[in-house]
Design a protein around this ligand. Structure first.
Ligand SMILES: Nc1ncnc2c1ncn2[C@@H]1O[C@H](COP(=O)(O)OP(=O)(O)OP(=O)(O)O)[C@@H](O)[C@H]1O
Length: 259
């Protein structure tokens, strides 16, 4: 594993009114790794993802992305950082009035020098990389299954050949077969493209199948980071229950069968 830090969070603070969600939160993410963020409901996993992806400013702390201060930089510098990252939201967050292909083309419109034919060709490539059939490009989001919408959201996240992809609950709402196919896709993309993946999940199967490292969010910060093996040795009550509970045992059995 290469050890270039591509995301560095120091002393991060997020709050809504008087409710503090994160305080003194530190985390490093390394190039090429798949990091899974877990934590109880409401611990601020999605807020953290949105904050790093530049979708909401934190109330304090420091975010460095690709070695650059992402909070105190010019708009042009921030745009350059954003072009190196892609985000896939839980429900795909696609524009309902655009076809899948047009959705994937949206981020490409920010790049100059790409004509309509090139955009179309590139969009079709991303659609196929995301495991969708060619014909899906002409469909509207409402004509797709939940799993296909997620893949379309992934295709859009990959539109600009990002170095980092953020995935919010990538397998939520998928049946077990669809979820495990999506896990395989994440792992394959990470390995073939050298992508850094930052994913938020409740899905223990996803953690087993895709993640190099896990970050546990609790007590308003990243309380632990480590491999799945490391997680199994932690005695913190929530962490122990999460990684040793009945669902965890089922996930281990699945992994032993398939892995
Ligand atoms: N726009 C907002 N306005 C006010 N409070 C918010 C807003 N967004 C998030 N919060 C609060 O921040 C906290 C963290 O929310 P977040 O969605 O990040 O949690 P989460 O860990 O992703 O939860 P879950 O696992 O249930 O999806 C929650 O208490 C939530 O109510």
């Amino acid at each position: 594993m290469a050890c270039e830090v591509v995301i560095s969070l120091r002393g991060l603070r997020n709050q809504f009114g008087s409710t503090v969600v994160h305080e003194n939160l530190d985390l490093d993410v390394y190039r090429g790794e798949v990091v899974g963020v877990v934590g109880g409901s409401g611990t601020g996993k999605s807020v953290l993802l949105r904050c790093i992806a530049g979708l909401r400013p934190p109330q304090g702390g420091r975010i460095e992305i690709f070695g650059q201060d992402a909070l105190n930089c010019s708009e042009t510098e921030r745009r350059a950082i954003d072009q190196r990252m892609g985000v896939m939201f839980q429900d795909g967050a696609l524009f309902s009035s655009l076809t899948v292909r047009e959705n994937v083309e949206v981020p490409m419109r920010t790049l100059s020098g790409l004509d309509a034919d090139m955009r179309r060709e590139l969009a079709d490539l991303k659609i196929s990389m995301s495991g969708l059939p060619y014909a899906a490009g002409d469909k509207y989001p409402s004509e797709l299954s939940g799993g296909m919408r997620k893949r379309a959201g992934l295709a859009r996240a990959l539109a600009l050949d990002p170095e980092i992809v953020f995935l919010d609950e990538p397998t939520a709402g998928l049946d077990p077969i669809g979820a495990s196919a999506f896990d395989e896709l994440i792992r394959a993309l990470s390995e073939t493209l050298g992508l850094t993946v930052f994913l938020v999940t409740h899905d223990l199967d996803t953690l087993h199948a895709t993640c190099d490292r896990i970050a546990v969010l609790a007590e308003k910060r990243v309380l632990y980071t480590g491999t799945m093996a490391d997680m199994l040795t932690i005695e913190h009550p929530w962490v122990h229950e999460y990684f040793h509970g009945p669902r965890a045992r089922a996930a281990v059995e699945t992994q032993e069968r398939t892995g």
